[in-house]
Design a protein around this ligand. Structure first.
Ligand code: BJW
Length: 247
């Protein structure tokens, strides 16, 4: 976007960046709620809820196996790389919070990151007592079509992602909420602002005194929580916005 200027940060700024599916769109990964998005093709609660998984685990696994296949062939785009550059510039004065499960931020090189909705390339055991045992993606059984099992106890495994109605990892949520309380700048990128608790973070940050900025292709549902809205594609906007050379 030609009107975007590099953001300047002071030495005392602490920045929280929240990303959503729009950041990976230019890598070729489908978003959820855009035209042609995943929830247009699939019933959201049949796929992304524990009830849906109990009803038809094979169907849910087919969906996630296809997502894994798609994501592993995709590559980080200029938006992911701009956030790595921002981390190099700000160090521990940045926390990147992503709702994305595709792992592209880590593959780009971001390290100060919380994946609040989990990771597509991890599975976990569903058995009570074995709950949370991680089934590594490189375990041969997890390559079997559709229904991977726990190598520890043989029970059905499930994708290690957060579905509707499920609690987020308590430690991750605490890290995110603490960072939002002390941030001076909050930037949301490529997210529709439709899903909580992520959608509530802009409100919390602003109430705590932060400057709030939205970078998105379209107005988000929580647009009113932002002081500045930069409408555009993340891959075009972020390299300019986070360009350190002019700052
Ligand atoms: C571009 C672009 C480009 C495109 N450049 N931009 C408070 C109020 C009401 C309800 C609730 C509430 N608190 C909790 C709830 C219930 C529920 C919820 O939020 N429901 C809403 C639908 C109303 N939340 C939960 O259940 C959460 N759990 C929880 O809160 O537990 C406690 C609790 C439970 C029940 C009741 C109360 C409390 C868990 C939420 C888990 C979400 N899981 C998913 C699936 C993850 C696994 C997977 O990937 O399959 O997470 S759903 C899906 O949505 C996924 C995403 O991370 C998430 C957000 O989507 P995102 O990233 O915003 O994508 P899109 O597609 O929506 O938007 C993309 C945007 O990018 C668009 O705006 C485009 O314009 C833009 N874009 N290209 C820049 N190139």
């Amino acid at each position: 976007m030609s009107s975007t200027r590099p953001m300047t940060f002071s030495r005392t700024d602490f920045v929280v960046v929240l990303t959503g599916a729009g950041v990976s769109a230019e890598s070729g990964i489908q978003t959820f709620r855009d035209a042609g998005g995943l929830w247009e093709e699939h019933d959201i609660y049949e796929i992304a809820s524990p009830e849906g998984f109990r009803r038809d685990p094979r169907k849910v696994w087919r969906f996630y196996a296809a997502r894994r296949d798609q994501a592993k062939d995709c590559h980080p785009n200029p938006a992911h790389r701009a956030l790595v550059a921002l981390e190099q510039r700000l160090g521990d004065r940045l926390l990147l919070v992503t709702q994305n499960v595709d792992g592209l931020h880590r593959r780009a090189g971001s390290t100060r990151i919380v994946e609040m909705h989990g990771n597509l390339f991890r599975s976990k055991c569903t058995a009570i007592g074995c709950d949370g045992y991680h089934v590594p993606w490189d375990d041969p059984k997890s390559h079997e079509p559709e229904m991977p099992v726990c190598p520890h106890c043989g029970s059905l495994a499930r994708p290690d992602v957060v579905w509707f109605g499920e609690l987020l990892n308590r430690r991750d949520l605490r890290t995110v909420e603490d960072a939002v309380q002390r941030c001076t700048v909050f930037v949301a990128i490529g997210t529709s602002g439709a899903v909580y608790p992520a959608a509530g973070l802009a409100h919390a940050a602003r109430r705590a005194g932060a400057r709030t900025v939205l970078v998105n292709k379209d107005p988000a549902e929580n647009l009113g929580e932002f002081d500045i809205f930069l409408q555009g594609k993340a891959g075009e906007t972020l390299p300019v916005l986070f360009d350190a050379s002019d700052a």
